[in-house]
Design a protein around this ligand. Structure first.
Ligand code: COI
Length: 332
């Protein structure tokens, strides 16, 4: 069996090399992303593993079919940049890594929220300039707040445990209820209810498709005054211009955004001293009440190792048995 792994960063390389040695399987490591051009490197291999944020172009899958490659295994969870129709047309199966470390994302969401509640962005900037005065930037305590968790999959559940540990009141919404949380009476019936009752709304949902935002001017007007939005899910869950306006107008207290609807081509790039060409992003970066980070909630040693190895294990399962536990249903 010969595999090829695309878009590999240096910090992932050692985990892939170790896996290849332990499993005695050849894995060619490529730092380039998977494109209609670079897919040519896969000719002669049995399966492709990849991770990228850019969309996977449809013609990649025509070439895979031509080379007799019928499995694409992703090292990440999100499949919103994969054209399912092109995979189906070419009889290609897709796997992802649904659970590399829910705790990594959950812990990061809470970290961002705590930083916002205690004005850390502003304070660090002040101290950098030798301004050590603390007033008037008084903090707020998490144990005084109601946290609304939207989405109670693995990440939402991990976040709930942490919020409960901090003594916050936690309420939750999900179309598919978790039995244990339901027994505890944690769920509200609608997303609207969650938005209305929460001091903090934390989004742990997948993308709902373009235009289907959870946070927008209409829902913001329903939210509590001084509420906070935390998004480590997907950028398109939020209408960012509306959110910025909500914070700028003083309706909302602030926001923590580790994902952004226009992040592709910006996040994970070094654009130091360059004009971003995105006024909204620049304004958010300037705001003391909006913490923007470049999609790093997942980025821990545990998560990166799991992404590298679980994707390869899924590939082996697919190639040996024609299926795997992490295969995505392309008809959903
Ligand atoms: C995903 O796993 O889909 C993520 O959002 C994290 C990604 C940046 C590796």
């Amino acid at each position: 069996m010969k595999l090829i792994d695309y878009g590999v960063r240096e910090d992932e390389r050692k985990y892939i090399e170790e896996w290849a040695e332990d499993n005695n399987i050849e894995v060619k490591i490529v730092s380039d992303l998977l494109t209609p051009k670079t897919v040519e490197l896969a000719n002669g291999f049995d399966g492709i593993v990849a991770y990228q944020q850019l969309p996977y172009e449809s013609s990649i899958f025509d070439k895979m079919n031509e080379y007799g490659i019928h499995v694409l295994s992703l090292r990440n969870v999100g499949v919103d940049n994969v054209p399912f129709e092109a995979l189906k047309k070419n009889n290609i199966r897709l796997t992802n890594v649904p659970s590399y470390s829910p705790e990594a994302i959950a812990e990061y969401s809470v970290t961002g929220l705590m930083a916002l509640l205690r004005n850390m962005k502003h304070m660090i900037r002040k101290v950098d300039k030798h301004d050590f005065k603390w007033a008037p930037d008084i903090g707020r305590e998490l144990n005084q707040l109601t946290v609304g968790v939207a989405g109670t999959g693995r990440i939402g559940q991990a976040a709930i445990k942490i919020y409960e540990g901090f003594g916050a009141k936690v309420i939750a919404f999900d179309k598919y209820r978790n039995e244990e949380l339901d027994k505890k009476g944690m769920y509200v019936d609608t997303l609207d209810e969650l938005l209305k009752e929460s001091d903090v709304v934390t989004l742990h949902l997948p993308s709902l498709g373009i235009g289907n935002t959870v946070i927008n001017s209409s829902t913001i007007s329903e939210m509590k005054d001084n509420a906070i939005v935390v998004n480590t899910g997907r950028g398109d869950l939020v209408n960012t211009a509306d959110l910025f306006e909500g914070v700028a107008s003083g309706k909302l207290y602030g926001a923590v955004l580790d994902v952004y609807e226009n992040e592709v081509g910006v996040f994970n790039e070094n654009l130091m001293d360059q004009d971003l060409g995105d006024k909204l992003l620049e304004n958010m970066i300037k705001s003391p009440r909006i913490i923007v980070t470049p999609h790093i909630a997942f980025y821990t040693t545990k998560a990166v190792k799991n992404m590298a190895t679980i994707s390869l294990n899924s590939m082996v399962e697919e190639l040996k048995s024609g299926k795997s536990a992490t295969e995505i249903d392309l008809n959903k």
